[in-house]
Design a protein around this ligand. Structure first.
Ligand code: CUA
Length: 173
């Protein structure tokens, strides 16, 4: 088959671009660990307050690895609890779920930002380096009272933390 020289050059360029893109995807995924949120854990939205994984709402709990777990339930139109106190300089793992509709969870002025979707547990871990008083807002429209759905996150070295007696619920699942 006779393929014109210029045609052949462009075919090689196109093939090289595909290989380059695949290489980028491979490096970012495996070498840099860049990936979309992958924590998939389901929960029955109508039974959030009976679920053992949310038995420590309002009680920041230190896990065996030193991470402090904070459990939050989102309901129309409040966060439970609505005031969260955590110490600075520690790994804080937020575990959140909704008892009704989709809500948002954003701690203003920080990179803490996620959606809270009924049926699922949202989770992320962050560190607040400095003490402070942050506004917590719901940034997903959830109904008539959406604008009133906010709370506070207070980063304070005197924040009370209890020690977990067993493995974290997350590890147990
Ligand atoms: Cu909850 Cu908007």
């Amino acid at each position: 088959m006779n393929v014109d020289l210029y045609e052949r050059i462009w075919m090689w360029i196109a093939a090289a671009i595909v290989v380059l893109f695949l290489a980028f995807v491979g490096v970012s995924t495996f070498a840099q660990g860049i990936h979309p949120p992958s924590h998939v854990e389901t929960i029955e939205p109508t039974k959030v307050f009976e679920d053992p994984r949310f038995s420590r709402i309002g009680t920041p709990t230190e896990l065996p690895d030193g991470t402090i777990e904070v459990q939050v339930a989102a309901i129309m139109f409040a966060f439970v609890p609505n005031e969260i106190r955590v110490p600075p300089g520690r790994r804080i793992r937020f575990r959140m779920t909704s008892a009704d509709v989709t809500h948002g969870f954003m701690i203003a002025g920080t990179n803490a930002n996620t959606m809270i979707v009924p049926g699922y547990i949202s989770q992320f871990t962050t560190v607040f380096e400095q003490p402070g008083d942050f506004l917590l807002v719901c940034h997903e429209f959830c109904g008539n009272g959406h604008h009133a759905m906010h709370g506070r996150v207070i980063v304070d070295s005197a924040a009370a933390v209890v020690k977990a007696s067993g493995p974290s619920h997350q590890e147990a699942h």
